[in-house]
Design a protein around this ligand. Sequence first.
Ligand SMILES: [Zn+2]
Length: 313
Amino acid sequence: MKWEDLRRSKNVEDRRGRGGSSFGGGMGSGRSGGMGGNLLMMLLMSKGKFKWFLIGILLIFFFTGGSSLLGGGQPTNRNYGDSGVVFEDTTEKSDSNNQISDEEGEFLSAVLANTEDFWAMKFAEYELSYKKPKLVLYTEGTNTGGCGFGQSSAGPFYCPGDQSIYIDVSFYRELANKYGAPGDFAMAYVLAHEVGHHVQQQLGTMDDYQRLAQQNPGAKNELTVRLELQADYYAGAWARYADEQDILDEGDIEEALQAAFSVGDDTLQKETMGYVVPDSFTHGTSKQRQEWFARGYKYAGDFQEADTFNRDI
Ligand SMILES: [Zn+2]
């Protein structure tokens, strides 16, 4: 994929290198850890007086356990926005590409930005507005806003509670080495699939799915397959958009199809966490996943054609 000249997203939060526990673990729960990390990140990037101001905040944060500063004590799934707001401010002020300078991080940021452009356009066609998701890059494990403690062993996932996608970039290598799906566009497909879950969240499909699954627990697996195949459809839709911009290399679509194949149910089994959309649970067969990706490409994301819940899959 020719991604180097694409714009980067402002909605990437880099939590890599912070290990398997939350920042300052044990001093509060949920978003508090993320908040401390964001402050630290701002601190590292800031200069002059602002830096000392941040050091002050960070010290208060440590000594108060974070909660008083953050209105702690709320259920974690209501804390959405805390870290997001700080993060947005950071990116606005820095006016650089958020502190991300490694190739994998930059690549994902560029792909995310491209999906933002596509979905904003697509939603506008239906007179809807698209609220962009956040992408959190992390290693090993990290707190989420409503989906428990995310672990990279579960693979990339989307958390509806904080409308964020969580990816450990080592999955890139896992795709190539463990699942036999090499190539940058294989990873682009993975991210576009998670963005597809965000699209579902934005359109209310995610809520419908959860309501239906609660009403009829016996049908949950099948409903999950339909949800997952629709995310593949949306990934295919974005791939078409990227292709039309002439930014794909020869073989990119094949890379995505190979990835879709390799992460079929029969191949990829992951753990579920809390009420995260169970990306690990039931995704459809490799063949189904390829077919729905291809359909998304064919129909360029037409929402009518996307209805995996009322069609033969
Ligand atoms: Zn999924």
